[in-house]
Design a protein around this ligand. Sequence first.
Ligand code: PA5
Length: 449
Amino acid sequence: KRVTFDWSNAKDYINLQEIQAYSEKVEKCHAELHEGTGQGNDFLGWLELPQKYNQEEFNRILKEAKRIQENSDILIVVGIGGSYLGARAVIESLQHTFYSLLPKEKRTAPQILYLGNNISSRYINDLLDVIIDRDVSVNVISKSGTTTEPAIAFRIIKDWLENKYGKEIAKSRIYATTDQQKGALKQLANEEGYETFVVPDDVGGRYSVLTAVGLLPIAVSGINIEELMQGAKDAYADLLAPNLMKNDAYLYAAIRNTLYNKGKTIEVFASYEPSLTYISEWWKQLFGESEGKDGKGIFPAAVNFTTDLHSMGQYVQDGLRNLFETVVYVETSNREIVIEAKEQDADELNYLAGKSLDFINYKALQGTMLAHTDGHVPNLTIMIPELSPYYIGYLLYFYQKTCAISGYLLGVNPFDQPGVEAYKKNMFALLGKPGYEDRKAELEKRLKG
Ligand code: PA5
């Protein structure tokens, strides 16, 4: 079984000839990607990663994860964007939905909490409230080692650890994942003697989930990272064919591009499984940051169905017709509930007696897909056989490959993110960071009106 892509429900909007017309272009993009001759070719480390990762570091991740599991109730992951979304996506898709509320004996691994992905003092203080009597380790993750949000959060949590454990023990509870050589975090890690893991030079943040960036927190949470990598490895092998009719990632990329050229400029990631919420957040970053540039790109949006059928469903059915929808469907649930018949049918649900919730959810999906298709929203489907480390690993790599080819088809560099610098420069200037004096004066003048 594999993660598969299906466009049969979109046939009213795209035809086979249109897709086949992409064959040559896709093969060219494939060659650019695999020969390293395309845009952003210094960031292609992710491509071969599933079958070419650093085994020594992988083993060290397993070893340190075990140590954290033994001495900590909580692991705090300090990072933002690509430095935390991958780990969170995998962990939340596979872990118990209410993990922190499970009885202690059922919590077999530390709980993972996230810090440094905002600048909210309320959020940080609330987190400090809940860790007060707990044993804590920290994994601070920053490729550049200088990103403001995680740097501020790390300064705070480092102080907290040192107050609780003393400087020496605190050091042994801090793990830094950063550049091999440069950056403020690397320097600090060297000075303090933290255990460090590497973000490879040629892997950008949003493509880094299968490096130590994602793997250490995922392993600490108790998820089998060998199975995750095996899924990615099989996806790597399955998605090597240059021909889009034999490669689901390329087919999906070509169809996205066809729909985009027909004015479908928003892709809605629709899932019927709430535990995929952070997969959709990760996906939004991957596609939004990779394609949204040079005045181009599909806007990635996400909804949780059936929840959002009672809110955003209205817009999807009936609003501006610039959307297409990609349903991400988990075929088998490992936790089944069946509706029972009741003598008194007061709630009028006896017609569902004997039916499983998965069956009902699937009927909701089919009904919605037909309604949205009638409402001129082309529907694509990605099927995941079940939620397991293997299939999530497969899915992550599938999306990364789709995204790279999609970006090349669009004619952008899918591996850079020049647009995220604009706010940073303004924020630094307004905060009075040395070196930004001229900009500060200019911005303050504008703010005063
Ligand atoms: O994908 C990206 O490059 C970004 O989302 C980064 O991951 C994010 O800005 C964090 O950067 P860093 O890891 O350097 O702190």
